[in-house]
Ligand binder design. Structure first.
Ligand SMILES: [Zn+2]
Length: 428
């Protein structure tokens, strides 16, 4: 699979986090299902935005790109996204891109203009496939920038001639740099071949980026990707998250304030094609779901060294949901159903009966890349604190306060029991 990676000019935002998590889950699930996965994801290390950032900071574009790449991988490590099998960099592919563009010009699919080389989508019979629009309606909706010398508004740049002071590489048309759509098509075909299984990215990349990658490959005689998969937007307060809307939210800020697994849980509880809303409520709900999983993992930690095969029925229902267009919300419902069953079996002292279910739970966690926290108390700190506060209230015969604290715990999904040692709390 080829996943369109980041342009490294700033810290990763929540949209970056989402596509990385969605395709990390897909990758892990495919491997769990028995596939061998070659995961290629690029780093765009030269681009207008990098050049602009470098000018603003008075540093070289290389320094900006290298620094932002380090920040990118640190954030990906923190949210548990596995490193790609290979991560081709745009600047390592410039020569191959120039050769490719030359071939497209020879074939009549591209032409040389005063400011660079452009591609003619009209040579591709089914252009508009990914946009789900005809070439005529795309042409009618396109706008031409004032400084562009294109034949048609839908033509796109393969090579941009450098303005004075800009980084550049030599080419038959003059010094310049490659267009973004060309980077991905050259790198994916070089590393995965002319026909590969999956091409993935955010929904905003379907058009024009993926359409234009595919158009170049088709014009060059390649079949290109068999399947395309696009994840939905991240919304903040119901609006698409983007820098231009001013609601841009940094992934690093989220990691500072919350359990780094919470964003993966939130993505798992939403379908990958649906928009998700990231706010304190949705992240808080994800953390509560994690606490339930951690609590059961702590209850069963003495059993994990010697587990039988996973319960086949649970695994089959989980796989059925995941195989249906990666229905992770459905799959997580199976996970939580098994948590409830494990807890009631353990409560009843039927540990042996619970073992295949525990084994299934751990297997499902591996499939989606969730690592459960088995250390420490079985209960989250705030729950322990509430239980202690209730014991103090009871000792002081403040029954109203004690009842209010019990209600608070019950409302958060905990079972509260009185015992000789005081308040006992366990997951419901
Ligand atoms: Zn791409």
């Amino acid at each position: 699979m080829y996943v369109c990676g980041p342009t490294v000019y700033g810290p990763p935002h929540l949209g970056h986090g989402r596509f990385s998590l969605v395709f990390d889950v897909l990758r892990r699930y495919l491997r769990w299902s028995g596939f061998e996965v070659d995961y290629v994801s690029n780093i765009t290390d030269i681009d207008d935005k990098i050049i602009q950032r470098a000018a603003e900071e008075g540093r070289s574009w290389e320094e900006i790109a290298q620094r932002c790449e380090r920040v990118w991988y640190r954030a990906m490590d923190a949210i548990g996204v596995e490193r790609p099998t290979r991560d081709p960099h745009a600047t390592d592919y410039v020569e191959q891109m120039v050769e490719f563009i030359e071939r497209l010009v020879e074939r009549g699919a591209a032409y040389v203009a005063p400011d660079g080389v452009y591609f003619r989508p009209s040579v591709v019979a089914d252009y508009g496939l990914l946009a789900r629009q005809s070439i005529d309606s795309l042409r009618a909706g396109a706008r031409v920038g004032v400084d562009e010398a294109k034949e048609s508004p839908i033509d796109f740049a393969l090579w941009k001639l450098a303005k004075p002071g800009e980084p550049s590489w030599p080419s038959p048309w003059g010094a310049g740099r490659p267009g973004w759509h060309t980077e991905c098509v050259v790198r994916s075909r070089d590393l995965l071949g002319d026909c590969f299984d999956l091409h993935a990215g955010g929904q905003d990349l379907a058009f024009p980026h993926h359409e234009n990658e595919r158009a170049q490959a088709v014009a060059d005689g390649a079949d290109f990707a068999e399947l395309w998969v696009h994840n939905g937007f991240v919304e903040v307060g119901g609006e698409k998250m983007s820098k231009s809307l001013g609601n841009f939210t940094n992934l690093l800020d989220l990691l500072d304030a919350h359990d780094p697994r919470a964003y993966r849980m939130l993505c798992l509880q939403s379908h990958y094609r649906s928009p998700i809303d990231v706010d304190s409520t949705s992240i808080g709900n994800a953390e509560a779901a994690l606490a339930r999983l951690d609590a059961v993992a702590r209850r069963v930690r003495d059993h994990v060294a010697d587990l039988p095969d996973p319960d086949p029925e649970t695994i089959a229902s989980f796989a059925e949901r995941m195989d249906d267009d990666l229905d992770t919300p459905g799959a997580m419902a199976i996970v939580f159903k098994s948590v409830t069953r494990i807890n009631s079996l353990l409560d009843a002292g039927s540990d042996l009966v619970a073992l295949p279910l525990i084994s299934a739970l751990l297997s499902m966690m591996r499939a989606v890349g969730l690592v459960l926290d088995v250390d420490g108390s079985e209960l989250p700190d705030e729950v322990v604190a509430l239980a202690r506060e209730r014991d103090e209230a009871r000792a002081a015969k403040d029954w109203t306060r004690a009842d209010a604290l019990r209600d608070e715990l019950v409302a958060a999904g905990w079972v509260v029991e009185d015992s000789a040692d005081g308040t006992r709390v366990r997951p419901g």
